[in-house]
Design a protein around this ligand. Structure first.
Ligand code: MSP
Length: 648
């Protein structure tokens, strides 16, 4: 199978921000996923360098357009390695072969009679670089750029787009996967339910010189979209390169909803006019917002990918954007959210599981992947793990194919939780105490190592550096580059005897969050001010601390929660009686707790655990032991003091 996948080519009128980084990370993840599936993949990104806004930005910067575009295009190109982007080709619309291709295509469409000269008046939005219809305006303004479009009347060349309207409607209707998610397909169909106008494709050189001259009239340059969209063909050597033959039928474009119309309407009709098949799929995502406003260079509320990478590391940034945004919907960037994802999902869930497992292999198997036992020795726990891994990989494939990255990650994290439970219920540190359990101990450790190897493989497209670190620590560095997705779920393939590196640490905890850069002026000023009640840099104000109601409570009853290994249902007096469900069953027997006086958080929002409503939380200290187990000790009060006394 072949895959050809592209990002939009980004305007070089400002530096890259998290919005651009997101699309590029998504496209990179998809390319890496397809490579992992064994596809022959071509991945292209690039920069869009002609047009009025670029010419204006250059003038503002006191540079010639050529100097200016060279400088900014370089900042995009330099950003991609920071995000481990693996593009095969980076195109610039100022590349001579692109200019030639655009002119050849203009000539071809002109010769076929689909370009004509006429007078036009309309409302032009420079931000969008296109004419808007009255219907698209909100309060007379472009909803994306918040400016009133300019009324322009001039003679120009037009593309007979209307001629292809019926064909396009039919194509979208008969190819449900052509535009996804479905909401955008519906949006396009609804737009197409009104008559389509022809597309103005030129600008007089009197008004704009920074563009590609029309081959049939040197008084005009081509309009930015006709120039920009063609990049997807130039990059693969249209019209007769071998790559064009190989990849065009497999083309998939990834964009945000701001450029839906040019991609869903102009581009397929242009292709039709050239006599080419349309692209295969268009994947449309939503916006990264800051406080409900689109992150954008014109507003200035942007987050720079480099700042995030410097604090968290590249893989946290990749994980965060893919996990946090449901592809297709908008998402709000928050400094707290990335800090939490890093510490909870990555440092804690995955990082601890990994280092804990390596520690145990080191201690109980002399630092080597042990010999496995036979299938006959499998316990229900093993079978649960094996079937969970199989259903995870099936779900993962489906979600990655459909651009549901957040769901693919959810599925992987479910297996990570299961593995943490597998460790607790098989307690290798207990097995190690008795020589009769030696075989079982080896199998448990072997299963852990195999499961982590499979997790490294599925994480490869998402967090390439972490996945490689995991494989290396498991002794599988050499095999890693060439192992594909088919290995996930194949138990018994990890060779025994490989030496592991128990010191590998995946995600050091981060205590400080990164501030979002403030816009210099304007209404988004408040966007980054801390909200009342928000915790900054992990430091509590005294008022915030006072809001946590800590009280002394006496445990008067305790019982195991049915079907749970970890939970106990406690009745405490503080001084009124209340029920608290606590995850301490592996450390305390119910009987040992009666009469103990502990500390509780009394004003925690009640939560249901295994169907029981818990009113608060019991405090306990947790310590990771060298043998991989966890020690947990309840916080108790020593002196004599009344139940319900406030702790502060
Ligand atoms: N040059 C055109 C695209 C031509 S493609 C043939 C253009 N460039 S742009 O620099 O404005 O980039 C727009 C794209 O950047 C969006 O479609 C999206 O991929 C990405 N994003 C820019 N801001 C974004 C957000 N705030 N949120 C999500 N993606 C964002 O349009």
């Amino acid at each position: 199978m072949t895959t050809y996948v592209t990002t939009p080519i980004y305007y070089v009128n400002a530096m890259p921000h998290l919005g651009h980084a997101y699309t590029t990370i998504v496209t990179d993840t998809y390319s890496r996923y397809k490579r992992l599936c064994g596809d022959d993949v071509r991945f292209q990104t690039g920069t869009d360098e002609h047009g009025e806004k670029i010419a204006e930005a250059a003038a503002k910067a006191g540079e010639t357009p050529r100097q200016y575009v060279d400088r900014i295009a370089a900042t995009f190109k330099e950003t991609w390695p920071l995000l481990t982007i693996s593009q095969d080709y980076t195109i610039r619309t100022t590349d001579p072969d692109h200019v030639q291709t655009v002119q050849d295509i203009l000539q071809l469409v002109h010769d076929r009679g689909d370009i004509y000269f006429s007078e036009y008046s309309g409302l032009y939005c420079q931000g969008c670089e296109r004419f808007l219809t009255e219907k698209e305006l909100v309060d007379g303004k472009c909803p994306d750029h918040q400016v009133e479009p300019k009324a322009i009347s001039e003679q120009n060349y037009f593309f007979r787009m209307s001629k292809y309207q019926d064909w396009l409607i039919d194509h979208i209707k008969t190819h449900p996967e052509f535009i996804t998610p479905e909401r955008y397909r519906n949006e396009v169909l609804s737009f197409l339910s009104e008559p389509l106008e022809d597309l103005c494709i030129s600008r007089p050189t009197a008004r704009l010189t920074w563009g590609i001259p029309l081959p049939f009239d040197s008084n005009f340059v081509t309009y930015v979209w006709f120039d920009a969209l063609i990049n997807y063909l130039t990059g693969i050597g249209y019209p007769d390169g071998a790559d064009f033959e190989k990849y065009w039928a497999a083309a998939e474009h990834v964009i945000a909803k701001d450029i839906l119309k040019p991609h869903a309407i102009y581009w397929p009709t242009m292709l039709q006019a050239m006599g080419l098949a349309p692209y295969k799929r268009l994947h449309v995502h939503g916006y990264w917002n800051v406080d409900a406003t689109k992150m954008s260079k014109s507003i200035g509320n942007v987050v720079r990918p480099k700042e995030l990478v410097d604090t968290y590391g590249v893989d946290t940034v990749r994980y965060f954007v893919l996990r946090e945004m449901s592809f297709g919907l908008d998402s709000s960037f928050s400094a707290d959210a990335i800090l939490t994802r890093h510490n909870a999902d990555l440092a804690n869930d995955l990082g601890n599981l990994f280092s804990r497992s390596l520690t145990m292999i080191d201690k109980y198997a002399q630092g080597r992947i042990p010999e496995r036992g036979t299938v006959a020795m499998f316990t229900p726990d093993d079978r649960e793990l094996i079937s969970a891994m199989a259903s995870m990989v099936a779900q993962y494939r489906e979600c990655m194919d459909d651009f549901k990255f957040h769901k693919a990650l959810q599925a992987i994290w479910e297996v990570i939780s299961l593995l943490n439970r597998y460790i607790v219920s098989n307690a290798p540190w207990e097995l190690a105490k008795d020589a009769r359990h030696e075989e079982r101990l080896r199998m448990v450790l072997c299963h852990l190592a195999e499961a982590l190897w499979m997790i490294a493989l599925v994480l490869k497209p998402i967090m390439p550096e972490t996945a490689e670190k995991m494989a290396t620590a498991l002794g599988m560095k050499d095999a890693f580059a060439d192992t594909g997705l088919e290995a996930v779920g194949q138990w018994g393939e990890l060779p025994s005897g490989l030496g592991i590196d128990k010191g590998a640490q995946l995600f050091p905890r981060v205590e400080k969050r990164v501030e979002v850069a403030l816009p210099a002026t304007g209404k988004q000023q408040t966007a980054n001010k801390s909200q009342p009640g928000m915790i900054e840099d992990g430091v509590l104000t005294f008022d915030q601390f006072k809001a946590v109601e800590l009280r002394v409570a006496e445990i008067v009853a305790a019982e195991k929660v049915a079907k749970s290994e970890r939970l106990l249902k406690l009745t405490v007096k503080a001084p009124e009686e209340r029920t608290i469900v606590a995850g301490i069953a592996l450390h305390y027997s119910p009987e040992a707790l009666i009469g103990q006086r502990v500390l509780i958080v009394a004003n925690l929002k009640p939560a249901k655990l295994m169907g029981i409503l818990s009113h608060g939380m019991v405090l306990a200290a947790k310590e990771l032991q060298a043998d991989g187990s966890e020690k947990l000790v309840l916080a108790t009060v020593a002196g004599s003091i009344a139940n319900g006394s406030r702790v502060a």
